[in-house]
Design a protein around this ligand. Sequence first.
Ligand code: FES
Length: 156
Amino acid sequence: MDRRDFLHLSTSGLGLLIGASLFAPAAAYFLSPAWKKKPEDWIFLGDIHKIPVDRPTKVEFVQRHKDGWTTIEEKKSAWVISKDGKAFTVFDPRCTHLGCPYRWDEGRGEFLCPCHNAVFSKEGEVLSGPPPRPLDRYAVKVEAGKLWVLPALKKD
Ligand code: FES
């Protein structure tokens, strides 16, 4: 190897080294959100003392999703019911037939879906109509008097 080849090789090697040392941190910065394991996103629904006992209550909340570097906010709702003010059930607000929003009928004491006349009990069981299964539920937890929900569906 003559002097010219040596200089050419060492300059190229040094250039590669500098390029890699600049590119690696930048690549790690831009790709790291995609690699991060997402924690479970429990959402605060409310103070349990403010939720009426034995009467389904529609609660609205905002669910935030991280999509890479963007945070997307989505307005959602759920039906909350508790027989004793201690244990809570939270239903997804979409009918299990084709996903229409259903409502609580206080006079009948039942959930009614207007799309195809489905009727669900207060416990979410199908009483009549085409839905193939009871109302979907969310995972819930109560901590220090606060109700939290995990709006991933938990099928019954
Ligand atoms: S969507 Fe509710 S009964 Fe069809």
